[in-house]
Design a binder for this molecule. Structure first.
Ligand SMILES: *Cc1c(COP(=O)(O)O)cnc(C)c1O
Length: 488
């Protein structure tokens, strides 16, 4: 049913001549207007904008803002996305006038504080990853992948080596193959075995002297740590290839182990996942990349350098792949990450990882009695349950369960990813949730599996729209009012 309070468009509320503000009559003489504005640039009609009062506008947007679920309003166990609580303090820090009001065109001497902060963040990210050369420029995780693969391509070009292939396991995030293609490589999928680890035989059969990069997410999207990673790195390095670590979700290993120590040559971070940057709604995020010293010269320019006790943006880097984003990245997100990291300190970051893993294992131990978790009894920061058995028995799918959770005030887990698990439900509680919240989630999930399939097929029942056609919504979005009574 249509909820008038929230789904009415401003255009439908419009009444001729209704206004939020009134302006005094124009006191510029008509002859002068004619001179200033040529006739042929003047419209004959007013633009078709909604005519509404101020309270109508305020209520419209305030009500719209309550339709979404968010980390501030609901438990949000969206696997792989790490929807941890974003502390308000870091928002306040990033909004301080001395930070928020800087202009990226200011000369370096006038932004020494900001450059020092960014320099320190480069150092810290290099230390956490064990990969010392850092660029803060990429604007998101996927953008970091692309930038790092371009760095790899520049390195091989420089060495006059023809390298055409990027490999990644079938459990990889969809951005891995997409980044490989965009960077000009051929993409080859490597199989995972039943336990969810890289199938070493399949990897060996696909390794040749055309390999540029092997991309691995570790812990993987199944929430398990592939202990073969050092062995994989040795094999790939022997063939002259590089290892890329998809570090979007560093939550499980912060301060515990370092990608550079287990064989990675390059990685990206998602500060908007790991370091509590707010995300969702398309950004902004950031995707800083860290690489070995050998790859450092190819990083995007500028990087922040320290010369004596001054900080500068270094553009003069002959081997750099150049700029991948305007100025030096999404600085607001990087400031939040710096605050988060500095607040926790090394021991605190380790505790973040330990608690993220503890929470995920606690929830796994409850959920596995409701839905089987094919890849085992233990996990890292997340786990993947399967609704395949329930679907076979009752026709209730992972999608039905996910949609019904919304009726009970829980954001749905990630569903149907990774593709290697049938009817996948990927659950990541994060370290910021209490035992009570996780208990409540497990109890509701259990209650839902006892409900009638008919009820679940139609869920959600409490939201303003129930099941949009997701393909059509993406392919033919209706974003604009055409002024003739139709939204197109
Ligand atoms: C989120 C994610 C990405 C992509 O990060 P964006 O910031 O959304 O571009 C890549 N890999 C993994 C494993 C992820 O979870």
């Amino acid at each position: 049913m249509r909820n008038l309070k929230t789904s009415t468009l401003l255009f439908e509320l419009s009444k001729p001549a209704r206004r939020a503000a009134t302006l005094p009559a124009c006191d510029v003489p008509v002859e002068r207007i004619d001179k200033l504005l040529p006739k042929d640039s003047l419209s004959e009609r007013l633009p078709p904008l909604p005519e509404v009062s101020e309270p109508e506008v305020v209520r419209h947007f305030t009500n719209l803002s309550t339709l979404n679920m968010s980390v501030d309003t609901h438990f949000y166990p969206l696997g792989s996305c790490t929807m941890k609580y974003n502390s308000k303090r870091n928002e306040r820090m990033a909004a301080l006038p001395g930070i928020a009001d800087l202009h990226p065109h200011q000369p370096d001497e006038t932004i020494q504080g900001m450059l020092e902060l960014l320099y320190e963040l480069q150092q810290i990210l290099g230390e956490i990853s064990g990969l010392p050369a850092v660029s803060l420029q990429p604007a998101a995780g996927a953008h970091g992948e692309l930038a790092a693969l371009m760095v790899a391509a520049a390195y091989f070009r420089d060495k006059k080596l023809l390298r055409t292939k990027v490999l990644a396991p079938d459990s990889a995030h969809g951005t891995n193959p997409a980044s490989a293609k965009m960077a000009g490589f051929e993409f080859v999928t490597v199989k995972s075995n039943a336990a969810g680890f890289v199938d070493m035989e399949d990897l060996q059969s696909k390794l040749d002297d055309q390999i540029a990069v092997f991309m691995i997410t570790n812990p993987s999207t199944l929430g398990i740590f592939d202990k073969q990673v050092s062995q994989i790195a040795q094999l790939v390095h022997k063939m002259g290839g590089l290892i890329y670590l998809d570090g979007a979700n560093m939550n499980a290993i912060l301060g515990i182990t370092r990608p550079g120590d287990f064989g990675a040559d390059m990685m990206h971070y998602n500060p908007h996942k790991t370091f509590s940057g707010p995300h969702g709604g398309g950004g902004p995020g950031a995707g800083p990349i860290c690489v070995t010293d050998i790859l450092g010269p190819y990083l995007p320019a500028p990087v922040v350098e320290k010369v004596e006790d001054k900080f500068r943006l270094a553009y003069d880097r002959a081997q750099s792949i150049g700029r991948v984003r305007s100025f030096f990245g999404n600085v607001g997100v990087l400031v939040r990450a710096w605050c988060y990291i500095r607040t926790h300190g090394p021991e605190g970051l380790k505790a973040v990882a330990e608690n993220a893993v503890l929470n995920a294992n606690y929830l796994l131990s409850r959920v596995k009695h409701i839905l089987p978790v094919p890849q085992g009894d233990r996990c890292m920061h997340e786990f993947v349950a399967s609704a395949a058995a329930i679907k076979k028995k009752t026709s209730v799918s992972a999608m039905d369960l996910a949609k019904r959770l919304l009726d009970y005030g829980f954001h749905a887990p990630t569903v149907y990813f990774p593709l290697t698990v049938p009817e996948a439900m990927m659950i990541e509680p994060t370290e910021t949730e209490s035992k009570e919240t996780m208990d409540a989630f497990a109890e509701i999930l259990f209650r839902i599996t006892e409900e009638s399939p008919e009820l679940l097929h139609e869920a959600p029942h409490s939201t303003i729209i129930s099941r949009p056609d997701e393909v059509r919504a993406a392919r033919q979005p209706m974003m604009r009012w055409k002024g003739d009574g139709n939204v197109r």
